[in-house]
Ligand binder design. Structure first.
Ligand code: PGA
Length: 226
């Protein structure tokens, strides 16, 4: 009926997706929204565990996982391949080899996503299956942060190839709005009452001494003027 049609043209669509899919889901939503310009979209981005929780609570209309839970009752459609690939800084010794063995991969300091991440879930399954253990150096709650830690030579990692391909700035420009930018700032914060470890003191000292300069140099290298 006309009523139903109007309803479906103006409602809210609720989608919860895992972090690795946020690069392509918008490209799925774009043409759809062009077709239904009146609808509102609520897009939630979380890790696997958070998205499973939303699924269990029935919060959203649709979910995107790369490792859906096996115990729940749901329908699913296969969407796309999500290859997880190993990444390193171009100066890393492993990056100069024609072939990298799993043993070598496991010797290098490794950066891994947090517990609850589907990416981590997949990586742990993979290493277990091959009977090897990675040399985990950092646990990091974001694909982008892992990418940047790899770029800062903190270690190697395994990430969804989507986080690499779609993480660039292809097709993106900065609009010349004179009232912008919004001058937000980052703050380095710590508790007044918590007693710091020696290494924490060292790090604070490092931040106080070199922090500003290091970060400003990095921004400049990336063409971001502050
Ligand atoms: P995640 O993404 O690592 O943020 O949970 C899920 C996945 O790709 O499986």
């Amino acid at each position: 009926s006309l009523g139903n049609l109007r309803e479906c043209k103006t409602g809210t669509l609720r989608i919860a997706v895992v972090t690795t899919s946020k690069y392509f889901i918008p490209h799925l939503l774009g043409p759809f929204c062009e077709q239904f310009p009146e609808i509102d979209i609520q897009l939630n981005v979380g890790n696997r565990e958070q998205t499973i929780e939303r699924l269990k609570q029935g919060i959203d209309d649709f979910y995107v996982f790369s490792h859906p839970p096996i115990d729940a009752d749901f329908n699913s459609i296969e969407l796309l391949q999500n290859p997880l690939v190993a990444i390193a800084h171009q100066d890393h010794p492993l990056a100069k080899q024609p072939h990298v063995s799993l043993t070598q991969l496991c010797q290098a300091p490794f950066l891994i996503r947090e517990t609850g991440s589907g990416t981590r879930h997949a990586i742990e399954g993979f290493f277990k299956e091959h009977d090897v253990t990675p040399n985990v150096k950092m646990t990091i709650e974001s694909n982008e942060a892992i990418k940047h830690c790899v770029m800062a030579k903190l270690g190697i990692s395994i990430l969804s190839a989507h986080t690499l391909t779609y993480g660039g700035q292809h097709g993106l420009v900065r609009l010349p709005v004179s009232a912008l930018p919004i001058n937000a700032k980052w703050f380095f914060v710590w508790s007044k009452s918590k007693r710091q470890t020696l290494i924490a003191d060292q790090f604070l000292n490092h931040v106080q001494t070199n922090g500003k300069q290091l970060l400003e140099d990095e921004l400049q290298r990336n063409g971001i003027d502050t």
